[in-house]
Design a binder for this molecule. Structure first.
Ligand code: KMT
Ligand code: NI
Length: 168
């Protein structure tokens, strides 16, 4: 994974990315199951599913990529393991600047609940990813809450994110 500031193009260190609460692991993409299972056990991840994002593999492609790229939060962590291809997760930093995280094959990323973010594919125009979900969730669903939602700053996941990572 490589990170840079979307406006200036300046490289951002993975230490600075970690300060936003983003977790990251590099995993052997040829043999990912042992490491994935260990992380699932440690972090209590349960359900999983595979998504293949490309014009020919994803139903409702246009609608879906628009949705992925609309700035939003979730009430839970967003956990994604890139199996093939690549993509960009953009996350907001303290100053509300976009930090672009270029994820590629073997990258496992966890975005904390309440962080503003969006996703798009990269120049390969192809992302095969595993979605992982917390065991505590009743079903493997993640509802995006758009940033434009009224009173979003009162959302409890947002408030605890701000409290934990943005207000020091
Ligand atoms: C999401 O929630 O944005 C997605 O699942 C799409 C990205 S998966 C690499
Ligand atoms: Ni999301």
């Amino acid at each position: 994974m490589r990170a840079f500031c979307l406006g200036s193009g300046k490289e951002v260190s993975l230490d600075d990315v970690a300060k936003l609460g983003v977790l990251y692991w590099k995993i052997d993409s040829e043999n990912y199951e042992p490491q994935i299972q260990q992380i699932c056990a440690d972090r209590k991840y349960g359900h999983r599913s595979i998504v293949e994002i490309s014009p020919t593999t994803l139903p409702n492609y246009d609608q879906m990529i628009t949705k992925f790229f609309t700035e939003h939060i979730h009430d839970f962590e967003e956990i994604r393991f890139i199996i093939k291809g690549g993509g960009y997760f953009d996350v907001r930093d303290k100053d509300d600047t976009w930090i672009r995280l270029h994820v590629v094959e073997g990258d496992l990323i966890v975005l904390p609940a309440g962080i503003y973010h969006r996703f798009r594919t990269d120049e390969t125009n192809y992302t095969k990813a595993m979605r992982l979900f917390l065991q505590e969730m009743d079903a493997p669903i993640w509802t995006p809450i758009d940033r434009t939602t009224e009173d979003i700053e009162q959302n409890s996941a947002r408030r605890s994110y701000v409290q934990t990572f943005l207000s020091q």
